[in-house]
Design a protein around this ligand. Structure first.
Ligand code: HEC
Ligand code: HEC
Length: 398
């Protein structure tokens, strides 16, 4: 396990252009039990700071049950009537929404809170029942799970853990509004345009090795030197620096290894699979072979650029979304999803500054973020077909 930890936050390169991280450890975030209290407080602040705060009831209303005071109470039967509005405010805060999202407001008649016309209200009832069920059956009746546990201040709870510090903007989806001239309609066409865009298969196959030199910039603003050697068909060697000093990582086509200071480890299991992916030299011209069920899903906006979104499965648990610029055809983003029984983990990579290296276009800036890391690789030099001896990729002998 110690090995695994030390492998965290170290990166390798996929096909000279694609990056992924080794770190799939779980980051446990501190969750305090006072969270609930704070939420309802902030709910109140929300409410009073909003324009047109609704003042509905005087406190002297008495402690009748809600169903005696309101017209259409189903789930809150027995709740002291005076608790209903604070409850509504809590919902509002937890979901980052407002009364009007669930309740009908008529221009002449005003609020019709008893109306069930809005789907949000019906959904909320179901949610309340579900939440009570969860707490009753799984938390001995304690109120451990609340609307906020899942919603975190948004109407649609995200299903994938957020990216660290999120400097990479998510895609906008408004397919219908985007007009694309000569729009392509199949993944095959989009991938073909990409391969042509980076220079074509033939030009790529003339290259048998690549040497990348540059720096990595991680989330704490530290810039460290980085060199990556790749050799066709499947060898890779990365030499970089991290907090502990210089490290190297290699794959000779069969064996993967990692070395930092005195320590040296063979890389196995899932991590080895990632390393194999990284080492596959001609991956970018063989995209279709890498995926089953490759399909075009949507036109979206990625960081200001219009792109085709293509989805594909790599294995039972791994799937990717690839984003190709509609104009240049180039791959500008990749999101990898790693499925677990509890939900997906995502790693997002952005590719920028494509430049010509011996007839093929290669991105000189690669930005990768996961839920626990965030780094940018900036290459100042990428050289093709420089001689590198095969034994450089072998695991060093101790
Ligand atoms: C996410 C949806 C949602 C939001 C947002 C919401 N409510 Fe409600 N509200 C409900 C549901 C569900 C009920 C019905 C509860 C039940 O059946 O026991 C309800 C019931 C009510 C009732 C009782 C109506 C009646 O006559 O039966 C009032 C009053 C009310 N809400 C006011 C508000 C106010 C004020 C806000 C904003 C601060 C608000 N609600 C925000 C979902 C919501
Ligand atoms: C266990 C997680 C979980 C809890 C707890 C939870 N929700 Fe949800 N809620 C979801 C998910 C996931 C969705 C989106 C999927 C869907 O709409 O079915 C959702 C959707 C909704 C929607 C519909 C949003 C839309 O876009 O129309 C409403 C309203 C809602 N929840 C209200 C609530 C309220 C109120 C509570 C607290 C009583 C609550 N939820 C608690 C998971 C949860």
């Amino acid at each position: 396990m110690a090995n695994k930890k030390s492998l965290g936050k170290i990166f390798l390169l996929l096909t000279g252009i694609l990056v992924i991280s080794f770190s799939y450890g779980w980051a446990v975030t501190g969750k305090s039990s006072s969270g609930i209290k704070n939420d309802s407080n902030s709910g109140k602040e929300n409410m009073s700071s909003k324009k047109g705060t609704i003042k509905l009831f005087s406190p002297s209303e008495g402690e009748k049950p809600a169903e005696k005071v309101y017209k259409n109470i189903k789930v809150f039967k027995g709740l002291p009537a005076s608790r209903l509005i604070p409850t509504m405010r809590f919902i509002e805060a937890a979901l980052g929404t407002n009364c009007g999202d669930c309740h009908v407001h008529d221009k002449t008649k005003g609020w019709e809170f008893d109306s069930d016309k809005k789907s949000g209200k019906k959904k909320a009832r179901k949610m309340i029942e579900m939440m009570n069920d969860i707490n009753k059956h799984h938390f001995m009746g304690h109120q451990e799970v609340t609307c906020f546990t899942c919603h975190h201040g948004q109407l649609n709870p995200p299903t994938v853990p957020a990216l660290l510090k999120l400097p990479l903007k998510p895609e906008d989806r408004n397919d219908r509004d985007i007009i694309v001239a000569n729009r392509l309609n199949t993944a095959g066409e989009i991938v073909a345009k990409y391969v042509k865009g980076i220079g074509g298969k033939e030009a790529f196959q003339k290259i048998t090795s690549l040497k990348f030199e540059g720096t990595t910039l991680n989330e704490d603003g530290k810039e460290m030197p980085l060199t990556i050697n790749q050799k066709a068909p499947d060898k890779i060697l990365t030499i970089g620096q991290n907090h502990w000093g210089e490290f190297s990582r290699g794959f000779n086509g069969e064996v993967g290894w990692f070395k930092a200071g005195q320590r040296e480890d063979e890389i196995k299991g899932d991590d080895l699979n990632l390393l194999k992916d990284a080492a596959e030299f001609y991956r970018s011209i063989n995209i279709e072979k890498d995926y089953s069920n490759l399909r075009f899903s949507n036109v979206v906006v990625v960081d200001g650029d219009t792109a085709y979104e293509v989805k594909g499965s790599r294995s039972e648990y791994l799937s990717d979304k690839l984003y190709f610029d509609v104009n240049t055809g180039l791959l500008i983003r990749k999101i990898q999803y790693n499925q677990t029984p509890l939900g997906d983990i995502q790693v997002q990579t952005d590719y920028k500054d494509y430049k010509n290296v011996d007839g093929v276009l290669i991105p000189f800036t690669v930005h990768t973020a996961g839920y626990d890391f965030n780094q940018t690789m900036n290459f100042n030099k990428i050289a093709a077909n420089t001689e590198i001896a095969d034994n450089k990729f072998e695991m060093p002998t101790k």
